[in-house]
Ligand binder design. Structure first.
Ligand code: LIP
Length: 277
């Protein structure tokens, strides 16, 4: 029997590679930068072009499937995860990095069936690293299996997080106070590469023990979520309980012990849900 979701995943890998080529080429040229929700929430013509390319190519092969794409939502499309097979796309995760030539930029394609994530593809196109995972079948980078770190002592960890794009001073204060709590545990270090998906892939690869952020969107994390879990990691909502794709918050950790420890140090602040009416 044909494995339809494997066909979909193979297609995602191929289209992510093509998209990555476009992103790499665009890095050499002048980039027209526009703003979305704030003056530091950036979008470029490349984000839009790559998303259109991915959607057109998937639609041709799987005409009945649904889409949630970062730029389509910015253009007014609904951000609703239905039971229908749904492609969740971030054409350029790390747009600010892209604009500045900071070399961590990823094409992210997640795929959910009946609201459960089935596979994830994250192509770090400057590094030429193709991260892939399918539910129950392991996680890989360029075909090599990924495994989270086995560390259980928080004092021996690197924790990844981001400053995000909200510049409301009260929110920035909370972000700093959360980072201060984590740093002073103490941990070995706090890092962030400017792409939620790549921070999560670093958890999957065992290079950092945990990543948390408030303010991300479902398209930043859907693909990488499968990769973290398939590499043996855990996903949680920062308020406890399972990860909620639409909640704008995430904790991805190598194990429950480290994950729970990070959660106790992080104070959650409000961010409007992705699926808010
Ligand atoms: C960005 C992230 C970044 C995060 C921002 C934003 P974009 O995604 O990956 O790490 O801090 O909040 O969501 O806008 O480049 O796709």
């Amino acid at each position: 029997m044909t494995d339809l979701w494997q066909e979909a995943m193979d297609h995602a890998v191929n289209v992510a590679r093509k998209a990555g080529e476009i992103v790499r080429e665009a890095l050499q040229n002048e980039r027209k930068v526009m703003c979305k929700s704030t003056s530091v929430d950036l979008v470029t013509q490349t984000d839009q072009k790559v998303e259109q390319l991915i959607i057109a190519s998937v639609r041709e092969k799987f005409p009945s499937h649904s889409f949630i794409g970062e730029e389509s939502v910015a253009d007014g499309q609904p951000c609703v995860l239905s039971e229908n097979p749904t492609w969740i796309i971030d054409p350029v995760d790390g747009t600010t990095n892209f604009v500045h030539g900071y070399p961590f930029v990823a094409v992210c394609i997640g795929f959910a069936v009946e609201k459960t994530l089935e596979f994830g593809v994250v192509y770090s196109c400057i590094e030429d690293k193709m991260y892939t995972a399918r539910r129950g079948k392991g996680a890989f980078c360029n075909g090599e299996p990924l495994q989270v770190s086995q560390q259980k002592d928080i004092n021996q960890c690197i924790i990844a997080t981001e400053f995000g794009s909200n510049r409301d001073p009260a929110v920035v204060d909370k972000i700093f106070s959360n980072m201060r709590n984590i740093l002073c545990l103490p941990v070995h270090g706090v890092r962030g590469v400017g792409s939620a998906a790549l921070n999560m892939c670093l958890v999957a690869a065992g290079s950092v023990e945990a990543y948390y952020e408030i303010g991300i969107h479902c398209w930043d994390i859907a693909a990488a979520a499968v990769i973290v879990e398939e590499a043996g990691g855990v996903l949680r909502d920062l308020e406890g309980g399972p990860m909620d794709l639409m909640s704008r918050r995430i904790l991805a950790a190598n194990n429950q012990t480290i994950g729970e420890r990070v959660i106790t140090e992080v104070e959650v602040f409000p961010a409007e849900r992705d699926d808010a009416p």
